[in-house]
Design a protein around this ligand. Structure first.
Ligand SMILES: [Zn+2]
Length: 53
């Protein structure tokens, strides 16, 4: 289980909360913001969370 605190890209349209998410890991540190940003959860993270990864 690799759930982390929610984070998002200031340029993105969804937030991430799993550190296995490739999309989340692609976010450059300078664009990365903590919290959900009131954005929906990324579907990749959702799937990883459901699978318990
Ligand atoms: Zn994600």
């Amino acid at each position: 289980m690799s759930r982390v605190s929610a984070f998002h890209s200031e340029l993105g349209h969804k937030h991430h909360d799993n550190n296995q998410c490739q999309e989340g890991n692609k976010i450059e540190p300078r664009h990365r913001r903590s919290g959900t940003g009131n954005l929906p959860l990324c579907e990749v993270c959702e799937k990883l969370n459901k699978e318990g990864r």
